[in-house]
Design a protein around this ligand. Structure first.
Ligand code: FAD
Ligand code: DLZ
Ligand code: SF4
Length: 512
């Protein structure tokens, strides 16, 4: 039997289910660079280079093994620009009995894939993506019959199942979660170590030129591209992270510093999400360092929680709830996305710094995504779909299965609390405590009203006022509503006035 085995740009893993049982004498691996995928949102140019270059390196690795790879380049003559169109052309080139694919990471692509058998008249086998630690079936079993789908309980079950950080039936150290120890601000003199970047080789330089030519209007710097595009280099990045950064990952997980773009974070999400690394080996590398006494328990627990907990949980939730999940808009947020999400032109230094870092690196760490750009979008009532398109475009690690629950659920509370028990809304005081942004800002986090006031301050209270009917009944919001209700009527009026003036200027495209 001759099979055509499709490998997508975020499936660059030698153990991919679509490659299982491959017979190199007959089978052909098909890889497709297509315009539709580079433009369904205007991806950051580094993200496109990362994916296309990693695809080309992966194809070369398969060829070196003696596997036949049919690789269609973006600028190939007659490239139709879509997966479906290119698969049809490939079927005319190869007479095969069957197409084998691994399920994609996005609902949009799964819907396409499910139509191929009918449209193309060839059997299409869609296999489960076995790179994850929790299968769809396992997640559904966990979710079944539960009133709330809190990540913490899912995580505990996964800890029990993997045996990671367990001492018999008990969590290592007696606690499941060391989150409360992961919220330190950065001490003034503490520098994060220099992080290795991977200078582009000839193949990557070719892709950089291609992307410069074809995606000129896309967001994002191309100069200084330094992502790993091979498994070997991604493994080197993992090794460096575990040795140099992980020991302090827990302590400063929530900190932000202007100009220090990566701090003690892993910066491994793009590699995990496109298949250069798999979650099991990443967690095991961290656990091994802890077993050898090189990493404290709080740091390794914090890290494992992100991957075994959050990453698996958001994927489970995405596939459990899609396609309806994306359509909800619990807080009825409708404002268009402000232009400064693309230009960075705002007087709010925290937002400007986050957008500029995003443009430089196709990366911002979790707290910048959640508590700066996400928090602003939540407080200002930006329409979820517009915010989601932005997140999907600008980060190298953004694929809908992971981007959507984080944006729609965690940052915007647009799912009405399926993912998070309360909105992550915060005023300027939080940002001031966790970063150095406020010191150089045109606004002051200490000032609550008037021209100098930090917009996050009055927008925070205005958000609570506007969303009282949706949020006041939430026990976790009781305290802020009590504080709001203790304010004088004049103070509340002043908050509303300042917020309205700010939002009017925002809508008019003024410099805010
Ligand atoms: P670290 O902070 O060092 O964490 C280690 C690893 O844990 C990451 O590599 C990642 O694989 C995993 N992880 C951590 N937090 C999460 C999370 N909340 N959900 C899933 N995995 C997590 N992550 C993406 O991979 N793709 C996205 O498109 C994406 N969009 C996001 C949008 C918003 C609004 C928010 C608030 C978060 C988003 N995240 C996304 C989650 C998180 O911000 C990134 O995974 C993280 O910043 C990646 O950087 P890192 O590798 O340095 O992670
Ligand atoms: C994101 C992306 C881009 C920019 N380009 C391609 C491509 O040309 N070919 C490809 O196979 N995949 C690409 N991808 C990744 C896909 O968009 C991704 O596989 C789907 O979104 C499913 O997760
Ligand atoms: Fe951001 Fe407000 Fe601080 Fe300025 S004062 S950096 S707007 S939190």
């Amino acid at each position: 039997m001759k099979n055509l085995r499709l490998v997508l740009g975020d499936q660059l893993c030698r153990d991919l289910s679509a490659l299982a049982g491959l017979d190199a004498t007959h089978d052909v691996v098909l890889m497709l660079e297509v315009r539709e995928e580079t433009t369904y949102v205007r991806h950051h140019r580094q993200k496109i280079v990362l994916i296309l270059s990693a695809m080309r390196h992966f194809a070369a690795r398969l060829s070196d093994e003696g596997i036949t790879v049919d690789y269609v380049r973006l600028d190939a003559e007659h490239n139709t620009g879509s997966f479906g169109g290119e698969l049809q052309r490939a079927l005319a080139r190869h007479s095969v009995d069957r197409v084998i694919a691994t399920e994609p990471g996005e609902w949009r692509v799964l819907a396409m894939m499910q139509g191929w058998e009918n449209d193309l008249g060839v059997p299409v086998e869609i296999r489960e993506d076995t790179r994850f630690l929790c299968s769809h079936e396992r997640f559904q079993r966990w979710a079944q019959g539960r009133k709330g789908l809190r990540m913490e309980f899912f995580y505990r079950e996964m800890r029990r199942e993997t045996g990671w950080l367990m001492h018999g039936a008990e969590p290592e150290g007696g606690r499941w979660n060391y989150d409360s120890e992961n919220r330190k601000a950065l001490p003034a003199g503490l520098e994060s170590p220099r992080r290795r970047r991977f200078p582009p080789d000839e193949l990557t330089r070719e892709v950089v030129d291609l992307v410069r030519e074809h995606c000129g209007e896309h967001f994002g710097d191309l100069d200084g591209f330094g992502w790993a595009v091979t498994r070997d280099d991604a493994l080197a990045a993992l090794g460096e992270f575990v040795a140099e950064f992980l020991p302090r990952f827990g302590d400063y997980q929530d900190a932000m510093r202007d100009g220090d773009d990566f701090l003690f974070h892993a910066v491994l999400s793009p590699y995990l999400n496109i298949g250069l690394l798999v979650p099991r080996e990443v967690c095991e590398a961290a656990l091994h360092a802890w077993q050898e006494g090189r990493v404290p328990l709080a740091a390794v627990e914090g890290f494992v929680r992100q991957i075994l907990g959050w990453r698996e949980y958001v994927r489970g939730l995405y596939w459990l709830r899609m396609p309806d999940y994306a359509a909800s808009n619990f807080l009825d947020a409708r404002r268009p996305l402000p232009a400064f999400y693309w230009t960075g032109e705002t007087r709010m230094r925290c937002v400007r710094a986050t957008v500029e870092a995003t443009r430089r690196n196709a990366y911002a760490h979790h707290i910048q995504r959640l508590m700066i750009t996400g928090n602003f979008a939540l407080l200002a009532g930006i329409a979820p779909a517009e915010v989601e398109d932005w997140y999907l475009a600008v980060y190298a690690d953004a694929f809908e299965w992971v981007e959507l629950p984080n944006t729609h659920g965690m940052a915007l509370h647009a799912d009405g609390g399926i993912l998070g028990s309360k909105p992550y809304a915060a005023s300027g005081a939080y940002i001031d405590r966790m970063s150095d942004y406020c010191a150089g800002c045109a606004y002051s986090p200490k000032v609550k009203l008037g021209e100098k006031a930090c917009p996050f301050n009055f927008l925070y209270w205005d958000f609570l006022i506007n969303n009282r009917e949706h949020l006041a009944g939430n026990p976790r919001m009781a305290m802020p509503y009590r504080t709001l209700d203790r304010m004088s009527g004049e103070r509340r009026d002043a908050i509303r006035r300042d917020a309205a003036a700010f939002l009017e200027a925002l809508d008019a495209g003024g410099m805010v």
